[in-house]
Design a protein around this ligand. Structure first.
Ligand SMILES: Cc1cc2nc3c(=O)[nH]c(=O)nc-3n(C[C@H](O)[C@H](O)[C@H](O)COP(=O)(O)OP(=O)(O)OC[C@H]3O[C@@H](n4cnc5c(N)ncnc54)[C@H](O)[C@@H]3O)c2cc1C
Length: 276
């Protein structure tokens, strides 16, 4: 293991510098950690919440001053404990881990759902200046659950870019799942690259559309993760360990694990269970 990887895997303690509500169940947290501030879009960190758990989170943003932000949805014990913390409280961090998206400069389509926005928005910030075109399709159940729309519009909604939102209840943008605007968009516009992160069934749909239209694709996958360095096997999909070989996978790699992608995952005991 390289010296950089050993250093990245050491837990550092740090303080919560700021936190902000982004929806009724999602908050952004900013911490200072110069090692994670070197993260590339797609990489994740392990956040240790004392007396709760250590959880994987995609990096949402980094700044040259060493600050790092994450976008966290309250879903269970650890994320609830984190949501209840206050500015100045101590947490731990390891990382960054995993691979990152391959930056492209042509006609780019980004698709995200829920907190899957985090790694894709981070990537959008890096690519927007050089991309020939950047269209961002974002989905949520309701208007309240659409995250960071102002920032998204600022980054992608100018000049050669635009944002298309879809809500399941029709309270904002197109009514329906992300696939609804996506299908009509792909039928009339050409793209060179699709990047996606979000609910796995959504990504499976995007995978099918990318194949249909012959567009290169990169997908960021999530699974239960414990060690984050490829040892424990919690995040295995086919022959891949998501923490070490991913979390970003190409369409070719996903084809190899087609019987698991969008279908099943491992539970805490390592058993294969259906994806909700
Ligand atoms: C690479 C990666 C990046 C992620 N990025 C983000 C992010 O940017 N923002 C965000 O809000 N969430 C992200 N997650 C998911 C996040 O890690 C889980 O929501 C969190 O671990 C849940 O912990 P909990 O104790 O609150 O919930 P639990 O009580 O443990 O479980 C609640 C639900 O979350 C699922 N879950 C639990 N642990 C994990 C885990 N380690 N990985 C995936 N799912 C899990 C369970 O299956 C269950 O459905 C990411 C996961 C991975 C693997």
């Amino acid at each position: 293991m390289s010296a950089y990887r050993i250093a990245a895997n050491r837990t550092r303690t740090t303080q919560i510098l700021s936190m902000k509500n982004q929806s009724p169940t999602v908050k952004t947290f900013t911490i200072k950690d110069k090692t994670c501030a070197r993260a590339k879009p797609g990489q994740f960190l392990m956040l240790w919440i004392p007396r709760a758990d250590e959880i994987p989170l995609s990096v949402l943003n980094t700044e040259e001053n060493g600050t790092v932000s994450v976008l966290v949805k309250k879903v269970g014990e650890a994320t609830e404990a984190l949501h209840n913390k206050k500015i100045g409280e101590i947490i731990g961090v390891r990382g960054p881990f995993g691979n990152s998206f391959t930056p492209e400069t042509g006609r780019i389509l980004m698709v995200s759902g829920g907190t899957g926005l985090a790694p894709i928005l981070f990537l959008a910030k890096k690519l927007t200046a050089k991309a020939e075109r950047l269209v961002f399709v974002v989905g949520a159940k309701t208007r309240d659950e659409l995250l960071l729309m102002d920032e998204l519009e600022k980054i992608c909604g100018r000049g050669k870019g635009r944002v298309i939102a879809a809500t399941e209840d029709g309270s904002y943008g197109v009514k329906g799942l992300v696939a609804t605007p996506l299908e009509s968009l792909l039928a009339k516009e050409k793209f060179d690259m699709i990047y996606t992160c979000g609910p796995e069934q959504m990504m499976r749909k995007v995978f099918g559309l990318a194949e249909k239209y012959g567009i290169a694709l990169e997908v960021s996958l999530e699974r239960l993760m414990r060690c984050a360095i490829g040892l424990c096997g919690s995040c295995v999909i086919g022959r891949y360990r998501i923490c070490r070989d991913g979390p970003v996978f190409t369409a070719e790699q996903l084809k190899e694990v087609e019987e698991e992608f969008g279908v099943s995952k491992r539970d805490f005991d390592g058993r294969k269970i259906p994806l909700e």
